[in-house]
Design a protein around this ligand. Structure first.
Ligand code: 173
Length: 324
């Protein structure tokens, strides 16, 4: 039995123990390169909810938001230098830091296979050495991109048209004859409204999120490449976590990657239907025309990546491409 001062000491010890347990809760600053609560951010928001629920008292992600908090093309560097600890972002937005990141769009095998065939490990090493980053999960990886237009075309030729791009589309749209204008997603609506561009590149789903359907008349099919949006973590922030904290992050990330096919399929089906309903017409290349269109898309992009990074580009092409 404790009496008098012994009891006071015990009580103090309890207070100290509680305070240090609290201090062990890691807080990570999380950011998304896409507008909050839109398609490409929602799985990240779900991931944060899972981590904050399962990690209660151990780890917490403090969500600082999207492009209102930081311009999308700055997210990669912010993660690299540790201004943020965890990010939801696509490779095309940080080619300034790590040019090969844009090659994710050229994967023709699912992530589950790339995690087995060495392709994932190859990229993970590049993330480590070029970006101080850990690649946690790809949350978008089953959705192609399309050309969306305000004016019709009759063949795969964008001569005379100004098209909004990111690095994803630059080589292909240039090869199709377009004049290209790079903008963050947040500037697309105004660019369309002012006639600064006649169209834009974007994945199958998501054009309703920022109101672009109001200014879009045509979607060009087939879609090309495979969109990529992933969760990345700063390496120093990762190394500060204990095994349990890492497990919570890794498990939540794996769950999101595993759910991504179903999540994307539902979103794509819904948006294609909605485009039909609002009168967005499909311009479809078929048969040999479609084959040539897609072949040109991949050729132009691989040539661009291999030119920038001959050694890694050639290796990534082996891992990522579908065997012919
Ligand atoms: O068009 C874009 O802004 C872009 O590059 C992209 C990449 C992945 C998902 C959505 C958009």
């Amino acid at each position: 039995m404790l009496r008098g001062s012994g009891r006071v000491v015990a009580a103090l010890l309890l207070v100290v123990a509680a305070a240090s347990a609290q201090a062990q809760e890691a807080t990570l600053k999380g950011i998304t390169a896409f507008a909050e609560k839109t398609l490409n951010s929602r799985s990240f928001e779900r991931f944060i909810d899972i981590v904050n629920t399962e990690g209660r008292g151990k780890i917490r992600i403090d969500y600082v938001g999207g492009p209102k908090a930081m311009p999308p093309f700055e997210v990669g560097n912010a993660l690299k230098v540790g201004v943020v600890d965890i990010a939801n972002v696509t490779g095309a937005f940080y080619t300034n830091v790590f040019p090969e990141s844009d090659a994710w769009k050229l994967t023709q095998r699912p992530m589950s296979e790339l995690r087995e065939n060495g392709g994932f490990d190859y990229m993970a090493k590049l993330y480590d050495s070029k970006m101080n980053a850990i690649f946690l999960a790809r949350q978008i990886g089953h959705t192609p991109f399309h050309i969306y237009l305000t004016k019709p075309i009759t063949k795969p030729d964008l001569t005379g048209l100004k098209i909004r791009i990111t690095p994803v589309y630059r080589d292909f749209f240039t090869a199709l004859g377009a004049t290209v204008v790079q903008t963050a997603p947040g500037e697309v609506y105004t660019a369309l409204e002012r006639g600064v561009v006649d169209g834009y590149g974007w994945p199958t789903a998501g054009i309703f999120d920022l109101g672009w359907h109001e200014k879009t008349k045509y979607r060009v099919d087939p879609g090309f490449y495979t969109a990529e949006v992933s969760f990345l973590m700063n390496k120093a922030s990762w190394s500060k976590l204990d095994d349990e904290q890492r497990r919570i992050i890794t498990d939540a990330a794996a769950r999101i990657e595993a759910d991504s096919a179903a999540y994307e399929a539902a979103a794509n089906t819904a948006d294609i239907e909605r485009m039909k309903q609002v009168g967005i017409e499909t311009i479809e290349f078929k048969g040999a025309d479609a084959d040539a269109y897609l072949a040109k898309a991949y050729e132009a992009a691989w040539a661009g990546i291999i030119k920038q990074s001959p050694e890694h580009g050639a290796k990534l092409r082996e891992f990522f491409s579908k065997p012919r």
